[in-house]
Design a protein around this ligand. Structure first.
Ligand SMILES: [Zn+2]
Length: 184
């Protein structure tokens, strides 16, 4: 999934979480927490910049470069976000930072759930580096290999690859849902 979908997903997780928690916040705090949720929803993909650096270009890893598929980095391991989030929750002294800890866990996991529909995520790490999928039965292979520069590459990726996946339509749905909730 692309950044807009992950941001919208993290925002929705924040909304649901704030509804369920027994804490009450001032409206400025609510807005800060929802913003944090949105950012955490996207945050695991910041490891793409490390991958871009290793791949020497703003593109996705080919199958023969699988070690530099950013979803094989530990920044994409759900256990890391679970442990970090719970540690913050347990150590935090205020309900605001406790909620932030839960957002790290659950906002991060919203990212991994969406990534694991078709792209695969290491749900079993640290016991196993195997990627787990919900809908796909084989490793994702990037379809665009040659392009005339950055814009051409990512446009072709969007049209020739990403738009052919179920995730693309789910992403549109999540963005629309988040906008409806935001404007409500
Ligand atoms: Zn991701």
């Amino acid at each position: 999934m692309l950044p807009p979908g992950h941001i919208a997903g993290g925002y929705l997780v924040g909304k649901v979480l704030l509804n369920f928690l027994p804490y009450s916040f001032a409206s400025a705090e609510v807005n800060q927490l929802l913003l944090m949720g949105a950012l955490v929803g996207f945050a695991p993909d910041l490891d793409m910049f490390y991958a871009f650096n290793r791949l020497r270009g703003f593109r996705l890893a080919r199958v023969d470069e699988y070690d530099n598929n950013h979803r094989t980095y530990i920044s994409h391991a759900p256990a890391v976000w679970l442990i970090a989030g719970l540690a913050i929750f347990l150590l935090a002294g205020t309900s605001f930072w406790k909620t932030f800890g839960l957002l790290i866990w659950l906002g991060g996991w919203s990212h991994f759930i969406l990534d694991s529909l078709e792209w695969g995520v290491m749900w079993l790490w640290p016991f196993n580096k195997k990627e787990v999928y919900a809908l796909a039965n084989k490793k994702y292979e990037a379809r665009v290999h040659e392009a005339k520069g950055f814009v051409d590459y990512w446009l072709r990726y969007l049209l020739e690859d990403y738009a052919k996946h179920f995730t693309f339509y789910l992403e549109i749905l999540i963005i629309i849902t988040a906008l409806i909730v935001l404007l409500d």
